[in-house]
Design a protein around this ligand. Structure first.
Ligand SMILES: [Zn+2]
Length: 530
């Protein structure tokens, strides 16, 4: 009994101790709750994305950016839908975001207009704890170097130096020292084709929220290494070596303790500016890890430089067509790479289609079936609509923007289909000329997906040959190809970049200066703007 009493009073004491501990924990939790109940961080969103070739006569106007404003901006990012976890972690102040298809140099008026709209909106919505800067990084603007560097400096003037800026980019973008200085966090895609585009944007936003949440703020270190290599994107698909291994090392590098993110930029080959070359950047709090990781990634990239090769066997157009016609593998894909609109080509170069239509093999409907995607021709589209499906149309298309290589192409054939409503093309028409189905668009449009063809009544799987203005095949086309050649056709994004008339890129540069000495690949620590 005594024992029982003792044990009872012991239990009581234990119970009261438990209650007391519970109370203390509750209080502590309440305290923690109230401290985490601080206002959510205020994060602005802005950015402009385009890659624009200075070797193409095309100019890009403001409308091409399809700019979104205010709340509409959030629709760009599925991870910021109202019910998403990320969305609930901050108060969002979306301002202006615009993404254009690659094209020619952006007019100064378009750039100033979009930048000023962004700055006005940022001015009204401030102050900000953070800013997500969503850019591509290869915007060329008439009469202006390093457009994204200029843009971020002007943003800093509005938001100040205390706002944490997180930048996400395409790996074909360029990172100038000025851009590196003015951003706190920075990253880019790790896959080409860019299947991880949205995941990269999400990572940039999550990194920003994390640094704001735990009050760590700016990373202590940003390492920057400039690599004197400039390659066409078509030589650096991460599907094949050496880019596959070079890029596979990025995610594990970024996952190390003391590192926030790591990134390798290939840069953009079709603009003639000093900032155009490969770059490695690593951000984090552990100085030794940040610098040594950046140096390792840069050394790997440099060591592999001679191994970067075109993703598919290449040839001139004649060779590619000869092989495709003779082949028993169908569909046989041919990339019309020199005018790839998603690399910055005008998209209306007629040279390739003119050569195809000249070939005797395609002159009759019994010839090998070939789909050509695509050529813009607003007037021909108009004539096709007037003629109607099933009827004959005769007219010219293309070479409105880039007529340096061939004049408008003569197209005379039967209208097979007319489809309205595509965001880029607006109206698409299929005209059958002999055994060639030519897709003529009102405005230029890239053809990357199976549905881009099937919605026009075409079946690319059943075609003998499919010729697309494209570089490496996008995933769906790649998956259905029986064979594939990359035709080194002429145009604004000629893949033979060693022949491009560069005057202003840094030299020496690989592969223009093939036997150059090994460069200094030690990491430079980028200062933060004060
Ligand atoms: Zn890219």
């Amino acid at each position: 009994m005594k024992n029982a009493t003792r044990s009872f009073s012991g239990s009581l004491r234990f119970l009261s101790l438990l209650i007391l501990t519970g109370l203390i924990i509750c209080q502590a939790q309440a305290k923690r709750y109230s401290s985490s109940d601080k206002p959510l961080p205020r994060i602005a969103i802005c950015g402009l994305g385009i890659e624009s070739s200075t070797f193409s006569p095309a100019l890009t106007e403001e409308a091409a950016f399809h700019a979104k404003y205010n709340a509409d901006v959030l629709k760009t990012y599925p991870f910021l839908s109202a019910d998403s976890i990320v969305y609930k972690e901050a108060t969002w102040i979306p301002t202006v975001v615009g993404h254009a298809l690659p094209g020619g140099t952006v007019t100064r008026e378009a750039y100033e207009s979009l930048v000023n709209k962004t700055l006005d909106a940022l001015q009204k919505g401030g102050p900000y704890d953070g800013l997500y800067f969503d850019i591509h990084g290869a915007m060329s603007v008439v009469g202006l170097d390093d457009a994204e560097g200029d843009f971020i400096v002007r943003i800093r003037k509005v938001v100040g130096t205390k706002t944490l800026i997180s930048t996400s980019m395409d790996l074909h973008g360029n990172v100038s020292w000025r851009l590196a200085e003015n951003t706190d966090l920075i990253t880019c895609y790790r896959m080409a084709p860019h299947e991880d585009a949205m995941a990269t944007k999400k990572r940039a936003v999550e990194n920003l929220i994390e640094r704001l949440d735990d009050r760590k703020g700016r990373p202590a270190y940003k390492a920057y290494i400039s690599i004197p290599v400039l390659l066409p994107g078509e030589k650096t698909s991460t599907r094949i070596e050496p880019a596959k291994s070079v890029y596979a090392a990025v995610a594990p590098a970024a996952a190390q303790k003391g590192i926030i993110d790591a990134a390798i930029w290939i840069g953009y080959a079709w603009a003639d500016e000093p900032r155009n070359h490969a770059v490695v950047m690593v951000t984090g709090d552990d100085k030794e890890k940040v610098t040594s990781t950046a140096e390792k990634l840069a050394r790997n990239f440099w060591a592999a430089r001679k191994g970067y090769a075109f993703v598919a066997p290449t040839g001139d157009l004649k060779t590619c067509l000869d092989k495709a016609i003779a082949s028993d593998k169908h569909p046989f894909y041919i990339s019309d790479s020199g005018d790839n609109p998603t690399a910055g080509g005008a998209g209306d170069v007629t040279w390739t289609l003119t050569e195809i239509l000249k070939r005797p093999e395609f002159k009759t409907e019994n010839g090998p079936s070939l789909i050509y995607a695509s050529i813009p021709g607003a007037e021909l589209v108009k004539s096709a609509i007037a003629a109607g499906v099933g009827n004959h149309v005769d007219g010219y298309a293309g070479a409105k923007v880039d007529a340096r290589l061939a004049p408008p192409v003569h197209i005379s054939g039967t209208v097979k289909s007319i489809v309205y409503g595509d965001t880029d093309a607006e109206v698409e028409v299929v005209v059958q000329v002999g055994s060639v189905s030519v897709i003529v668009t009102q405005k230029r449009k890239p053809y990357h997906k199976e549905i881009d063809f099937t919605r026009l009544g075409l079946n690319p799987r059943k075609a003998d040959i499919v010729v697309v203005k494209i570089g490496y095949l996008e995933p769906e086309l790649y998956a259905m190809r029986a064979d594939w050649l990359l035709a080194l056709t002429p145009g604004g994004v000629d893949q033979n970049i060693e022949q491009l008339p560069y005057h202003r890129i840094q030299r020496p540069m690989f592969p223009m200066d093939k036997d150059m000495a090994d460069p200094d690949l030690t990491a430079k620590l980028v200062p933060f703007v004060k």
